[in-house]
Structure formats: C-alpha cells, structure tokens
Design a protein around this ligand. Sequence first.
Ligand SMILES: Cc1cc2nc3c(=O)[nH]c(=O)nc-3n(C[C@H](O)[C@H](O)[C@H](O)COP(=O)(O)OP(=O)(O)OC[C@H]3O[C@@H](n4cnc5c(N)ncnc54)[C@H](O)[C@@H]3O)c2cc1C
Length: 504
Amino acid sequence: MPQQSDYIVIGAGSAGSSLTRRLIDAGHSVHVIEAGSVDTDPNIHSPQGWPALLTGPNDWAVMTTPQEHAAGRELFWPRGKVLGGSSSLNGMIYIRGHRDDYDAWEAEGNTGWGWDSVLPLFKRSEDHEDGASAFHGAGGPLHVSRLRDRHPAAQAFVDAAVALGHPLTEDFNGEIMEGAGFNHATIKDGKRHSAWQAFVVPVLDSPLLTVTTDALVHRVVIEGGQAVGVEYSVGGEMLVATADAEIILSAGAIGSPAVLHRSGVGDRADLAAAGVDVVVDLPGVGKNLHDHLLVGNIYESPSPLIPGRNNLLESQLFAHSRQTDDNAPDLQPLFLHLPYPTDGGDAPAQGFTIAPGLVAPRSRGTLRIASADPAAAAIVDPNILAEDYDVEALVDAVIMCREIGGHEALAPFVAREYVPSSAPADRDAIRSLVRALAGTYHHQVGTCRMGVGDDAVVDPQLRVRGVAGLRVADASIMPTVPRGNTNAPAIMVGEKSADLLLGA
Ligand SMILES: Cc1cc2nc3c(=O)[nH]c(=O)nc-3n(C[C@H](O)[C@H](O)[C@H](O)COP(=O)(O)OP(=O)(O)OC[C@H]3O[C@@H](n4cnc5c(N)ncnc54)[C@H](O)[C@@H]3O)c2cc1C
C-alpha cells in the first residue's frame, strides 16, 4: 500500500529541513524520507562534539578516488547521515558567502538567484541575537549567535592577523567580508542549532508531517517523463511512497546525483557503466563536483591549550591571494585551537592549527555510481588541484598563514611549527606541501548544477530537466560554490525551493 502525501522530501539535511518547514507552514502534507537515524547522539548537540561524530554511525564517511594531483591520496569526506544531515555534524559557522557569488549565478541565467533576491531568504531563516538589521534577520527559525568566552589562542590569531595588516571584521556577513575576526554560529542556549532542530522540531507534532528514518532511497520511479513515486527500503523491506504534488530530492551533493543516476537520469555512458537503463540522458548529473580546500599548518604548544567553550572553530580570515583580481576574497584561512591534520596524518599531542583555505577553486570533478545497488559507495573523483590557479592560491595562503603563525601575538602558544616540519625552501617546496596535505573544507557542491545550458541538471526553478514533478533542492544545485561555509547557503536553497513550489 503506497504511502501518500502532497510532497515527498528525500533527505532531512540543511535544505530538506528548511523546505519541509515552509511546506508544513503552508498547510501541505510532507513525507520526509531520511537514510540516517534520529539525532540522539549527545555529540551532535554539544558544540564541541563534532570531531567525535566523524566516521561514526551518523557519518556517510565518503572516500574519494586516489587524487592524481594530490599525491595520489584518497580523501575522507564526512557527510551527515542523520536528521539534520550535515548540519548535525558541521562546525556551526554561519556564513553566507559573498554577494558576488550569487550575482554570478544570476549572470549565468539563473534569474531570481542574485544577491538582492537571496538576501531576504537568508534573513527570513534567521534569528540573529543582535536583532534585525540591513544584513540580519530576527524571529526566523534558525538561531545565530556571537561567540562568548572566546579562546585566547583564537583571539591571538585575530590579533596577529590584524597586526600584519589584515582588517578587523566584526561580521563576515556584514558590509565587508574581508579581514580577520570571530565567527557567528548556529548555536542556541549552548547547543548546536541544526537545521532539523531549528526548522522541523518545532512542527514535529503536526499531523501534516510524516518522518521515516533509517530509510534508504533507492530511486525515483519515472513513468512517461513524470516522477510517480519513491522506492526506498527500511530494514530490508521495500516500500513505495507517492506524492500528489511533487518529489524533491534534498539528499546533498553526494546523495542527490546518486539517486538520479539510480533512477536512470544521467549521462548515457555513466549509466551504461553502472548497468542502469537510461530514462533521461542528462549529461550534467554528477559533473561539476567541487569543494573548498584546506591545508593544515600545525603548531605544537609548550603546554596543553585550555579547552574551547564554543565550536572549536572560533576565528578566521578572508583574504585575497596574489592570483586573483576578483573583488571577492578567494582565501578563507581557518583557526582551530587544536591540531587538525587535513591529510589525516601526524599531529602533536597539544597545539593549534592555522588552516590555509581556498574558497574559489577552479578544479572540477565527477561523481558516478558504481552500480544500481543503493548500498554501494559512489565513485567520487573531485579532481582537486587539477588547475594551477588552485595550487598557486593555496601556496599564497600557506605563506600568509605561516606569517601569522610566526607573529609574536601567537608566541605564547608556540613551542615549534609541527607541519611543515621544516621551513619549505622555496615556492616549489610549498607546492609539494599543498599537494601532500590538501583536504576537504567539507563544502562539496555542484553535482546537480542549476542553469540554462546543456550542462544544467535543473533549471532556475530547480526542476529536473526532462522529468515532470521532480526537483532538486540542496547544495548540489549550486553552479559555483559560494565563498564561505555552505550550511546557510543550503538552507537558503531550501527556502527558495519552497517559494518556487508554493508559487510565492
Ligand atoms: C564535518 C563538517 C563540517 C562542516 N562545517 C561547516 C560549518 O561550520 N559551517 C557551514 O556553513 N557548513 C559546514 N559544513 C557544510 C554544511 O554542513 C553542508 O554544506 C550542508 O549541510 C549541506 O546541506 P545539504 O542540504 O546539501 O545536504 P545534507 O545536509 O548533507 O543533507 C543530505 C541528507 O540526505 C540524506 N540522504 C542522502 N542520500 C540519501 C538516500 N539515498 N536516501 C535517504 N536519505 C539520503 C543524508 O543522510 C542527509 O541527511 C560542514 C560539513 C561537514 C560534514
């Protein structure tokens, strides 16, 4: 007996949660189908708990293929598999990206996605502790707070950067993104405010809402060009759900293209290799995979640092590399008051990390399914560092971060530089270092690209090309990754998709 609702939302992550809430508020019935479990692990709710979640039962723990331009390494990509999706695992930094990012989406033909159109959606989601202003919203579901009880080492990082000439910024989401400062965070009353907790938990008792957890979606059933149902399994039992209105795929940058492939929507050659019959030949599915990159520049401390009271990721810097004339910064170095080896390698027992970060990468990769089996891992090849620009910008970032790490403001926390273990002799040595260390910033996007060209998977209304009644709403639709962390942008995509579905 198929389960029926107005809408089916596949995936209870950042975008799926905001979308679900808006559909419920508008009086529609919604069935949320989520592969992960209920968000009961206390490490989800403690802002300091996120490192303990990685590789655990709430993590898909994606592994990439060996990376040709990154010393042949396979990269570990954590992804949330739980109510809240990656917003239940993430570092809680609240940043939206630069206005130029969204204006570039619009300039490519994505009408309605420019900064002036999306800023009201960011504000609508938000309940910023400072109250409403030109850049912030108040009274929305998602609480955003400033960090208190700041870590002294995080403060020293900001002091060092400012002493070296970087501007001080109070708000990376304000008038000027560039500079060093403290993050604002999705933390409420000392607890993580995941998208699930913020948007859906307040309406959990609604008779309009059905939530099925531990439910792996196999495919969307498409008949005569129309999405007619969702096939999924719970504990080995196959089930089918149907929607009177539409089906929305919010399974994230890894999950959404994989579900489309299993549904027969994708590049003819990719589908043939996986043994899946072609329903719609849509070459863009799984292409355009990209991510921000981090490199760990780690310092050993003379004594243990005091524990952090916040999200372990308190301060950071937006800056320009020497490789770009863009108005918007292309680097986002991140400070952690703990050792954080971005290659999963060696780390000192006590210390801190200044992680040179690239947020305007030009390399693009691919995602394909290995077979029609939904339990089989996808073949994920982000092709990092294929473009010289990415390497050179990260080399600039490493130089910038080592300069900050060597500043006297941080001296009380430094016994020695640990990674790199000896000062690189020249730029070539730093290039090798970048290829040996670069890892994820956890901001994968782009695999169901929104656009108007042949490479687009969804149109600017987020409708899957060639399939009626099916949309994608999550980080996978982003044509280019915004400069900044991607939780708030994914939540915004959920908000926007609700407006598109509801004809607002
Ligand atoms: C460790 C980590 C740290 C991060 N730190 C930050 C940060 O500090 N700030 C920030 O802004 N961003 C951060 N991010 C990134 C941010 O959280 C993500 O970009 C964002 O949550 C993506 O939202 P989404 O809706 O696209 O996908 P997700 O939130 O990942 O949701 C996808 C959901 O779909 C489900 N799903 C997938 N496949 C299936 C299937 N076949 N059947 C059923 N369900 C399925 C998944 O289980 C998941 O719940 C971080 C991410 C990680 C992993």
